[in-house]
Each structure stands twice: as C-alpha cells, then as structure tokens.
Design a protein around this ligand. Structure first.
Ligand code: FE2
Length: 313
C-alpha cells in the first residue's frame, strides 16, 4: 500500500472502532435522520426464502444462478473541465457489493474479468461478505486473492458497507487495500493531485464522523460512500464524482430492469447507473455480487471502469 495513516487518523480510527462496535450490536440502524428499527428484516428474509422456493418450482433457479456469474464490464468516459491535466485519461476500476462468500467461485469469476481491463486505481464501495453479522474471517483469503489483481499505479481504496464489520479494519494491511474510514487521501502525479474521500456506511452506521471525510478544499474530488445518502454533502463541498453501490440495482428485476426492491427511500433516482446533483456526477453500481438470494434476474452484475478525461473549454 502506498498510503500511510497520520497519528490523527490513527486516533480517529480508535474512536471510530469503539463507536462502531457498539452500533453493530444495536437492534437499530443508525441513519442521518435518526434510529430505524431492523424488525422488518426477519419478514424480508422469509419472503426471500419463499422467492427461492418459487424459482425452483418454476424451473428458474439455475438461470438466476448462472446470471450471477454473467458479470459485465461497463466502461464509461467522463469529461470534466477542472480535471488536472496530469490525470487526463485516468482510469478508475469500480467494484461494489462483492459479497464474496454468497456463491462459490465468484472470486475467480471477478478475477478473470479484471484481467481484461486496464486501470490506474481500483475503488471498492463496500459489502464484502454475505451476512451482515457473525463470522467474517473466511472472506479474507478470497479478498486477498482479488486484491492481488487490483494493484495498479495507486493502491486500491476501499470503504465499508452495511454488511461489513469494524473488525475487518484489523486486516487492512494483509488485504493490500487502504480503507477510507471517514478519511481522505491525495493521489499525485507531479504537481497535480486529486482527492479521494471515503466514509463509513451511512445506511446502518451513520455518525457525524462520516462528515470528516469531506473537504471544502478546492481540488478535483471523488467521494466513495456505500450508499447515495451523503450525496448532498458531497455536492455542497463541490465534489466532482460520487461512487456508491448498495442497491444491487434491485438484483431481482422485472423484464426491462425495474427493481422490485431496492431499499431506497427517495424513489428510483439512485437505484443504478448515473445521476447528477448540481455539478456532481453520481454513479450507483449494481454490484458484482449478490446478497439475500444467490440469484439475479434482469439485472446483470457489473464491473465498471471510468475513464476521466479533461474537457477542453
Ligand atoms: Fe450489498
């Protein structure tokens, strides 16, 4: 990893880990708007069980499972007038919602896709395991395997999602990725730089410390957040690009791609793909893994590559 933690960041991490350890045992999600009960979750998982049963009866289960491995590589060119010249052509590989233990062999499928793309920086926007509580050490090995494939000009940057535990941060060095836990890093090419900020997950573990990731400093800035819920704060701080995931694009969609369930409270605006807030471009990845059920319908998994180019005025 070519990033170091300052003493101030080490202290902030200590406070964060104690706070997060308490929140993880709470029966509430902690959101910007306040606490929200998790009680509907048992009902939701029962519905998912019925859904899997129905796909087996209807002969759709194998098709849904094979869709999980049909990972698309989606490439996008984004033009920005204020991109520093040295970063013209800079390529970012975006992986989200790996849930790497949800289906066997997904790590190898992702690695095979990554081998086909060229990039300068890989960013991972959270959710590395299937469950949102319990054991996690079994995912360390497949994550390390993937990490070896995503080392590039700049080391990979990762944030935590609502399925991830604060204990994963103890394996940051072994993982070969720099976690951004309400922190920011500068990427430099000569005199030019861009800033990448990353927050803890605001879907279940929002605290005011998430705001420490954002800076009003005048620079080209990218925000990494598990969900779109902090987009307004990033836009207010003049961030240029906001990358998130979490929704899985619905994962189970109607023909045409409309999500049946996306866990969004603000309509379909942030469910998948591009959106805009003021001058900031946002992108919600549908993710390269699955959770809940090992199936996808009408919403293929994705690995995304963004090429940043300087818009000539
Ligand atoms: Fe997820």
């Amino acid at each position: 990893m070519n990033y170091t933690l300052s003493d101030k960041e080490k202290n902030q991490r200590l406070v964060w880990s104690i706070t997060r350890s308490v929140l993880e045992t709470d029966s509430y999600k902690h959101k910007r708007q306040g606490k929200k009960s998790k009680s509907h979750w048992n009902l939701f998982t029962s519905i998912l069980g019925l859904f899997v049963f129905a796909t087996k009866i209807l002969g759709l289960f194998q098709k849904g499972k094979s869709n999980v491995f049909n990972i698309s590589i989606n490439q996008h060119r984004l033009a920005f007038p204020d991109l520093p010249a040295a970063f013209d052509g800079f390529k970012i590989l975006h992986l989200s919602d790996l849930h790497i233990d949800a289906v066997e062999g997904l790590d190898n499928a992702i690695i095979e896709r990554i081998k086909k793309v060229d990039f300068n920086l890989c960013v991972l926007t959270g959710d590395y395991r299937k469950e949102s509580s319990g054991v996690f050490t079994h995912i360390l090995s497949p994550i390390e395997k993937i990490s070896k494939q995503i080392q590039s000009e700049f080391g990979p940057l990762a944030i935590l999602g609502n399925h991830d535990t604060y204990l994963m941060a103890n394996y940051e060095e072994e993982s070969g990725m720099r976690l951004l836990i309400n922190e920011k890093v500068e990427l430099k090419r000569g005199e030019d730089k861009i800033i990448v900020s990353g927050t803890d997950d605001p879907f279940s573990f929002y605290t005011s410390a998430c705001l420490m990731a954002f800076t009003p400093e005048k620079a080209f800035k990218i925000a990494m957040v598990h969900t779109s819920e902090l987009a307004d704060i990033a836009a207010e701080n003049d961030y240029n690009l906001y990358l998130c995931g979490h929704t899985h694009g619905g994962q189970i969609c109607l023909p045409g791609g409309k999500a049946l369930i996306s866990h969004q409270t603000d309509g379909n605006k942030h469910v998948k793909g591009f959106w805009q807030l003021d001058k900031m471009i946002g992108y919600t990845s549908v993710g390269c893994g699955v959770s809940g059920v090992p199936l996808r319908f009408n919403c293929m998994p994705e690995i995304t590559v963004f090429e940043l180019v300087k818009e000539q005025s």
